[in-house]
Design a protein around this ligand. Structure first.
Ligand code: SOE
Length: 389
């Protein structure tokens, strides 16, 4: 349910030139329920100030550090203070920033992956639980209406017992060594282990593939056998990886992610096979979902139609035939989290069945996946157990 006012949002990270921060801001504007009123947009105070000015924020609400932002916001009357903060920094900052705002009583929406290590993620979960506040993780690919439809099919038994999941996420943008400046410094922070963590490719996009598979199927990985590669010499982290998966309950899976798949842009695809049929969804063609079975031709379902599940219909803004995409899917994560924040502000209980956005537990499952893939690969692609979230 909505409040009788807009939610006030702050942002940490996402200054001039940052791609994902501006995507988050666009997503928050779609439904008109959220206003950006404060921010610390860069670790460089001058850049933070300029970025805040670009966004027409009151200069007094643009902060030099995230710690100043916590103090500054707490000093404001409650009816001006931000309701939540959106964290769009690099991975190594997620934990400290989220902790600071949660301990100040401010809800958090955070970009993926959850944080830097699984151990850090568990500490963060304890803080979230103690706070009783909303913590949403922007695994945006779960926000697509036809992904929600896929989930509804699996939950409704349309595929039968699940046997196999094939999820692939090839990108090609890192086929050239963009991060190698003349002086050898790393400019793509995702390739820098001190900022990204133990993995580049699995952490950056393998986690999206992993989260998408879990969201649609509800299956958890118990064991993984992974081979991560660094195809472009000189990189300290992986730029590609292939994983075999064993899910709890007996289903099997294949997950591959790559940033050196020449010519691929953002080619995230998933196929799920069950005893009664299979489904297929392609992120670059997100308004369609295919159902296939042995004794009939494939059937294509399309976004915006009244034959879809309530979850898919609720996630839609424009009528059929007018494509929706990346920003709308992001906005669906924000809208669900904003509903939870509004309910908390109004003292309302969560609906039965909870809210439909990725949580800190999903983030921990993601961190367990990353660390297990790295561990398996380091052991020469041996099967390893994935720690439980
Ligand atoms: C780069 O690989 C990137 O921007 C990721 O960081 C995002 O999470 C993904 O959505 C698109 O690709």
């Amino acid at each position: 349910m909505k409040l009788n006012r807009k939610l006030r949002m702050g942002m940490v990270g996402g200054g001039r030139g940052a791609f994902i921060g501006s995507v988050h801001r666009m997503a928050t504007r779609l439904d008109g329920e959220i206003d950006l009123v404060a921010g610390c947009f860069s670790a460089d105070p001058a850049k933070s100030r300029l970025s805040g000015a670009d966004l027409f924020l009151a200069p007094g609400r643009v902060y030099a550090t995230y710690q100043d932002m916590v103090r500054g916001e707490l000093a404001l009357p409650a009816d001006q203070r931000i309701d939540f903060v959106s964290i769009v920094t690099r991975n190594n900052m997620h934990y400290a920033v989220a902790k600071a705002f949660l301990e100040a009583g401010i809800h958090v929406i955070c970009d993926k992956p959850l944080c830097f290590t699984l151990a850090e993620g568990r500490k963060l979960r304890a803080i979230v639980r103690k706070s009783g506040l909303v913590f949403a993780l922007t695994h945006n690919y779960t926000g697509y209406p036809m992904v929600k439809e896929a989930r509804a099919w699996v939950r409704g038994g349309k595929l039968g017992r699940l046997l196999k999941v094939v999820v692939e996420y090839p990108q090609g943008y890192a086929i050239t060594a963009l991060e190698q400046k003349a002086d050898g410094a790393i400019s793509n922070w995702r390739m820098d282990p001190s900022i990204a963590g133990v993995s580049n490719c699995m952490g950056d996009i393998g986690t999206h593939a992993h989260n998408l598979a879990r969201y649609i199927t509800g299956l958890e990985i118990e064991e993984i056998c992974a081979e991560l590669s660094t195809f472009i010499p000189g990189r300290p982290l992986d730029d590609d990886g292939n994983c075999l998966l064993r899910f709890a309950g007996g289903a099997k899976g294949i997950l591959f992610a790559s940033q050196v798949s020449s010519g691929d842009e953002n080619n995230l695809n998933i196929r799920v096979y069950g005893t009664k049929g299979s489904l297929e969804w392609h992120q670059e063609d997100p308004n369609e979902l295919v159902f296939k079975r042995a004794d009939a031709p494939p059937v294509v379902s399309r976004r915006g139609n009244s034959y879809l599940s309530p979850a898919a219909q609720d996630a839609t803004r424009t009528p059929f035939a007018h494509p929706e995409g990346f920003i709308e899917a992001f906005a669906n994560v924000y809208r669900a989290a904003a509903t939870a924040i509004a309910d908390a502000a109004a003292g309302r209980k969560a609906p039965k069945g909870g809210y439909d956005f990725p949580t800190v537990d999903d983030g921990i499952a993601g961190m367990a996946f990353i660390e297990s893939a790295v561990k398996s690969s380091q052991r020469g692609a041996r099967w390893v157990k994935v720690p439980k979230a």
